[in-house]
Design a protein around this ligand. Structure first.
Ligand SMILES: Cc1ncc(COP(=O)(O)OP(=O)(O)O)c(N)n1
Ligand SMILES: Cc1nc(C(=O)O)sc1CCOP(=O)(O)O
Ligand SMILES: [Mg+2]
Length: 228
């Protein structure tokens, strides 16, 4: 099946509010059902991020991405790969996410061309302001909002960075989508929205939810209406 055009991917990114990072759920063996439920609840982008026991072998990563890709195609959502441009190319992903210490964006663009969307992690004001205008970047994330066991050892700039990023976006009119990330759960979502974010990335709030569909519905509704 041919992939989405770059234009269509960017339209979907512009509309996206809820971005889920999930592991491959090797312990539970329910990746397909889990992702289907999260997508049915309103998740817009799904990234495979499986690091707990070290990085996945490429073949394992591609196999898990195929499961997620099928679910994303059924629900009209975007498929994201973390860190690896080669894997993003092989998987036919819509999105590649790169952190500050990952492959430089210019090299990822040489591998992927222009159609695939590239996102960046940012953890302070200088990085966030740079990502808002960095050539080749389509979106960025700011965080962690709170310290999180999902990314141990990463200091949290907190909601001050979210507030700064929201004001900076308004003042400059850069128009690049950005997401708040890190430690966000249902109880904290209001605070994140009040700080100025209207897009979030979550891991545990959905991967560890008893009812992933209901959890995603809650996040999606709050983000789209601006309140709960
Ligand atoms: C959507 C999204 N935002 C941030 C990250 C974190 O990226 P990075 O800092 O490179 O850390 P790792 O996830 O690679 O450990 C992300 N993966 N996705
Ligand atoms: C993968 C990741 N990146 C972060 C960043 O700040 O760049 S925070 C984070 C983990 C977010 O997990 P949870 O929703 O379980 O707190
Ligand atoms: Mg990374």
């Amino acid at each position: 099946m041919p992939g989405l055009s770059g234009e269509r991917i960017r339209e979907r990114l512009a509309d996206a509010r809820l971005y889920l990072c999930t592991d491959a759920r090797r312990d539970r063996g329910d990746l397909g059902e889990f992702v289907d439920a999260a997508l049915a609840g309103g998740v817009d982008i799904v990234q495979l991020r499986d690091k707990a026991d070290g990085p996945l072998e490429a073949a394992e990563e591609l196999a898990a991405l195929e499961v997620i890709a099928e679910a994303c195609a059924r629900h009209g959502a975007l498929l994201a790969v973390n860190d690896r441009a080669d894997v993003a190319l092989a998987a036919g992903a819509d999105v590649l996410h790169l952190g500050q210490d990952d492959l430089p964006v210019s090299w990822a663009r040489k591998i992927l061309g222009e159609d695939v969307v590239i996102g960046r992690s940012t953890h302070d004001v200088a990085q966030a302001e740079a990502a808002a205008v960095e050539p080749g970047v389509d979106y960025f994330c700011t965080g962690p909002c709170w310290p999180t066991p999902t990314k141990p050892g990463r200091p949290a700039p907190g909601l001050d960075l979210v507030r700064h990023t929201a004001v900076h976006a308004e003042r400059t009119g850069h128009g690049r989508p950005w997401f708040a990330i890190g430690g966000i759960d249902a109880a904290r979502l209001d605070e994140v929205i009040a700080a100025g974010a209207d897009r979030v990335v979550v891991v545990r709030a959905i991967t560890e939810a008893e009812d992933p569909r209901a959890a995603a519905e809650f996040f999606s509704r709050c983000l789209r209406t601006g309140s709960n």
